[in-house]
Design a protein around this ligand. Structure first.
Ligand code: COS
Length: 386
């Protein structure tokens, strides 16, 4: 076991840190205020090569895997959680294609993701199904050499910018999780409508939309993986992306702590900087210890994914990283805002934005409770032992 990054990974962290400090940080407050997808940040990521960090070299990326993507996301999310999500979206919608697509589909969509010519959105959640992923209602019915997709997907990040959608459907509704199939659908396909931008609490730089499929006809070749085997593609996707969501949480917690520490060194009460009060030191020490634990879990989880360990037996490690880093993000934002007192509550400082953004992380891509279900099941089934 070794705890050092390779020279290549260190260079990536330095690059992502520079982009985060020079391009993202100065824009973060305005991105939140305006609530529009920041195209200029996307272009900055593209020009720096960050969109292809996690894409294999064979498809035009840097081949630095989930760990590389997570490291970049961590740096960016210190200043802007939404910009971290923009980078995460180079993996989430692409993953079903990497798991179930043909060589040609992989080349097209992964290559387009890496060079910034294609963006995707992952469509799983529905008005009545999110955590219970096997209970989705969207149908895909075979008709000749096509499938006809009908259903409604909710809270889809990045749908406004997406060129392609990876969509979970039921092809055999009576079979539950064993009757699901996943498709890739191009924007502009007749019957596909991206609904209005939803109003939300945080992470406003990546708007979410409803996506409606009204008898959308796609060729049978748009199916990713085997018919009725889509749940495996969905779970493989969610499992693989959990360390990257965790990296968003790590970055947010680090950003909150950096800011609060800075403030606590300047601000004086009772004749000394507030950081010299033991009560505050203990709050920060607790956060620092949890942060280091979450970093180790997150990096290990990313390495597990890069080694291909994304099946059910390994899922608890990926869920543990997501749970720990995103719960930490909420705690860090809460405590760091408290340390800043009234100033932290003001919109002039980034802390209230971190506070609103952090909450999203406990809900997206599997709530904290779902992660505990996965870990609990692993305990029950003996996957987790010492
Ligand atoms: N990783 C990989 N495979 C898994 C899995 C996991 N964590 N959990 C279950 N599976 C497999 C099972 O092995 C089973 O495969 P077989 O048919 O070959 O036996 C299949 O999936 C169905 O298993 P099960 O009936 O146990 O699944 P459940 O419907 O109970 O769901 C959970 C399991 C809760 C883990 C799943 O629904 C989940 O992760 N939900 C959260 C989804 C989510 O993140 N939603 C957010 C959407 S926004 S992107």
């Amino acid at each position: 076991m070794q705890f050092e990054f390779t020279p290549e990974q260190q260079e990536l962290v330095a690059l992502a840190r520079r982009i985060a400090r020079e391009q993202v940080a100065p824009r973060a407050a305005a991105i939140d205020e305006v609530g529009e997808y920041p195209e200029e940040i996307f272009r900055a990521f593209r020009d720096a090569g960050l969109l292809g960090v996690g894409v294999p070299e064979a498809y035009g990326g840097a081949g630095m895997g989930t760990l590389g993507l997570g490291l970049a996301v961590e740096q960016v999310a210190q200043y802007c959680c939404a910009s971290g999500l923009m980078l995460l979206l180079t993996k989430l919608p692409l993953m079903p294609i990497m798991l179930g697509g043909t060589e040609e589909q992989k080349r097209h969509y992964a290559g387009g993701t890496a060079d910034g010519s294609l963006r995707g959105a992952f469509c799983l959640s529905e008005p009545d199904a999110g955590s219970d992923a096997a209970n989705i209602q969207t149908r895909a019915v075979r008709k000749g050499d096509q499938y006809i997709i009908s259903g409604t997907k909710n809270w889809i990040s990045g749908a406004g910018q997406a060129d392609f959608f990876t969509v979970a459907t039921k092809t055999d509704p009576a079979a539950g999780a064993r009757g699901m199939s996943v498709f890739v659908v191009e924007r502009g396909t007749p019957g596909l409508t991206v609904g209005k931008k939803e109003r939300k609490m945080g992470v406003k730089g990546v708007p979410i939309h409803q996506v409606v499929f009204d008898e959308v006809a796609v060729p049978a070749s748009a199916m990713l993986g085997q018919e009725h085997q889509g749940f495996k593609v969905i779970m493989g996707t969610l499992n693989s992306v959990r360390p990257v969501v965790a990296a968003r949480g790590l970055g947010l917690a680090e950003g909150a702590m950096m800011y609060a520490l800075d403030y606590a060194r300047q601000r004086k009460t009772f004749g000394k900087p507030i950081i010299e009060h033991q009560g505050l030191q203990w709050m920060l020490a607790d956060l620092a210890v949890r942060l280091e634990g979450a970093r180790l879990l997150t990096y290990r989880a990313a390495i597990e994914v890069d080694q291909g360990h994304t099946g059910k037996a390994d899922a608890w490690k990926l869920s543990a990283a997501k749970l720990s880093a995103t719960d930490l993000a909420v705690q860090a934002a809460t405590d760091c805002l408290q340390i800043m007192g009234a100033a932290g509550y003001m919109q002039d400082y980034p802390m209230e934005r971190h506070y609103r953004d952090a909450k999203q992380l406990q809900i997206v891509e599997g709530t904290s409770q779902i992660q505990k279900n996965v870990i609990g099941r692993a305990l029950l089934e003996g996957d987790l032992h010492w």
